[in-house]
Write a protein of this length. Structure first.
Length: 133
Protein backbone atom coordinates (compact mmCIF):
# COMPACT_ATOMS: atom_id res chain seq x y z
CA UNK A 1 0.00 0.00 0.00
CA UNK A 2 1.33 3.43 -0.92
CA UNK A 3 0.41 5.57 2.07
CA UNK A 4 2.11 8.64 0.58
CA UNK A 5 -0.16 8.46 -2.48
CA UNK A 6 -3.14 8.16 -0.15
CA UNK A 7 -2.03 11.21 1.84
CA UNK A 8 -1.43 13.29 -1.29
CA UNK A 9 -4.94 12.48 -2.53
CA UNK A 10 -6.59 13.69 0.69
CA UNK A 11 -8.12 17.14 1.12
CA UNK A 12 -5.66 19.10 3.25
CA UNK A 13 -8.17 21.77 4.10
CA UNK A 14 -6.46 25.11 4.68
CA UNK A 15 -3.13 23.61 5.77
CA UNK A 16 -0.03 23.18 3.68
CA UNK A 17 3.01 21.15 4.61
CA UNK A 18 5.96 19.35 3.10
CA UNK A 19 4.59 15.88 2.37
CA UNK A 20 8.05 14.29 2.48
CA UNK A 21 8.60 15.78 5.95
CA UNK A 22 5.18 14.49 6.95
CA UNK A 23 5.97 10.96 5.78
CA UNK A 24 9.35 10.99 7.55
CA UNK A 25 7.71 12.29 10.70
CA UNK A 26 5.00 9.62 10.64
CA UNK A 27 7.57 6.87 10.06
CA UNK A 28 9.67 8.18 12.92
CA UNK A 29 6.63 8.40 15.21
CA UNK A 30 5.81 4.78 14.37
CA UNK A 31 9.41 3.65 14.97
CA UNK A 32 9.46 5.55 18.27
CA UNK A 33 6.21 3.91 19.39
CA UNK A 34 7.57 0.46 18.56
CA UNK A 35 10.92 1.07 20.29
CA UNK A 36 9.20 2.45 23.38
CA UNK A 37 6.83 -0.52 23.53
CA UNK A 38 9.75 -2.94 23.33
CA UNK A 39 11.67 -0.95 25.93
CA UNK A 40 8.69 -0.97 28.32
CA UNK A 41 8.43 -4.74 27.92
CA UNK A 42 12.13 -5.15 28.60
CA UNK A 43 11.94 -2.82 31.62
CA UNK A 44 9.32 -5.06 33.25
CA UNK A 45 11.82 -7.91 33.20
CA UNK A 46 14.34 -5.86 35.21
CA UNK A 47 12.10 -5.41 38.22
CA UNK A 48 10.62 -2.55 40.19
CA UNK A 49 13.69 -0.30 39.88
CA UNK A 50 12.71 0.22 36.22
CA UNK A 51 9.10 1.21 36.97
CA UNK A 52 9.64 4.87 36.03
CA UNK A 53 11.30 3.97 32.75
CA UNK A 54 8.54 1.47 31.95
CA UNK A 55 5.83 4.04 32.64
CA UNK A 56 7.68 6.73 30.65
CA UNK A 57 8.05 4.39 27.67
CA UNK A 58 4.40 3.32 27.88
CA UNK A 59 3.33 6.98 27.83
CA UNK A 60 5.64 7.59 24.86
CA UNK A 61 3.88 4.82 22.92
CA UNK A 62 0.52 6.49 23.47
CA UNK A 63 1.75 9.98 22.58
CA UNK A 64 3.53 8.87 19.41
CA UNK A 65 0.56 6.85 18.19
CA UNK A 66 -1.95 9.59 18.94
CA UNK A 67 0.17 12.18 17.14
CA UNK A 68 0.61 9.90 14.14
CA UNK A 69 -3.12 9.19 14.00
CA UNK A 70 -3.91 12.91 14.02
CA UNK A 71 -1.53 13.39 11.09
CA UNK A 72 -3.44 10.74 9.13
CA UNK A 73 -6.48 13.01 9.08
CA UNK A 74 -5.08 16.22 7.57
CA UNK A 75 -8.43 17.66 6.50
CA UNK A 76 -9.51 17.72 10.13
CA UNK A 77 -6.31 19.30 11.42
CA UNK A 78 -6.43 22.52 13.33
CA UNK A 79 -3.05 24.24 13.24
CA UNK A 80 -3.09 25.24 16.92
CA UNK A 81 -4.13 21.76 18.05
CA UNK A 82 -1.59 20.02 15.83
CA UNK A 83 1.21 22.31 17.03
CA UNK A 84 0.23 21.62 20.66
CA UNK A 85 0.07 17.87 20.07
CA UNK A 86 3.43 17.75 18.31
CA UNK A 87 5.00 19.95 21.00
CA UNK A 88 3.65 17.64 23.72
CA UNK A 89 4.92 14.60 21.82
CA UNK A 90 8.37 16.12 21.44
CA UNK A 91 8.44 17.03 25.15
CA UNK A 92 7.50 13.45 26.02
CA UNK A 93 10.16 12.19 23.59
CA UNK A 94 12.88 14.29 25.21
CA UNK A 95 11.88 13.09 28.69
CA UNK A 96 11.69 9.47 27.59
CA UNK A 97 15.06 9.67 25.85
CA UNK A 98 16.66 11.15 28.98
CA UNK A 99 15.18 8.44 31.20
CA UNK A 100 16.26 5.68 28.83
CA UNK A 101 19.77 7.08 28.45
CA UNK A 102 20.14 6.76 32.23
CA UNK A 103 19.71 2.98 31.83
CA UNK A 104 21.37 2.47 28.45
CA UNK A 105 24.35 0.66 30.00
CA UNK A 106 22.01 -1.81 31.73
CA UNK A 107 19.53 -2.49 28.93
CA UNK A 108 20.18 -2.20 25.20
CA UNK A 109 16.45 -1.62 24.61
CA UNK A 110 16.82 1.65 26.54
CA UNK A 111 19.61 2.72 24.20
CA UNK A 112 17.49 1.96 21.13
CA UNK A 113 14.48 3.73 22.62
CA UNK A 114 16.52 6.86 23.38
CA UNK A 115 17.79 6.94 19.79
CA UNK A 116 14.25 6.48 18.41
CA UNK A 117 12.93 9.27 20.64
CA UNK A 118 15.73 11.61 19.55
CA UNK A 119 15.01 10.89 15.88
CA UNK A 120 11.28 11.44 16.39
CA UNK A 121 11.91 14.83 18.03
CA UNK A 122 14.12 15.87 15.11
CA UNK A 123 11.54 14.75 12.50
CA UNK A 124 8.68 16.46 14.36
CA UNK A 125 10.66 19.70 14.46
CA UNK A 126 11.17 19.47 10.68
CA UNK A 127 7.48 18.72 10.18
CA UNK A 128 6.39 21.68 12.28
CA UNK A 129 8.70 23.97 10.33
CA UNK A 130 6.94 22.91 7.10
CA UNK A 131 3.38 23.53 8.31
CA UNK A 132 1.32 26.61 7.56
CA UNK A 133 -2.34 27.51 7.42
Amino acid sequence: MDTMAMMKSMDMGEMTMDMDAMQECMQSLNACAMAAAMCAGSDMMHGPEMATCCAMCSNMVEMAQATMHMMMRPAGMNMDVMNAMMTACMTMGKACAAECRAHADMDEMCRYCAMACDDMVMKCEAMMASMSA
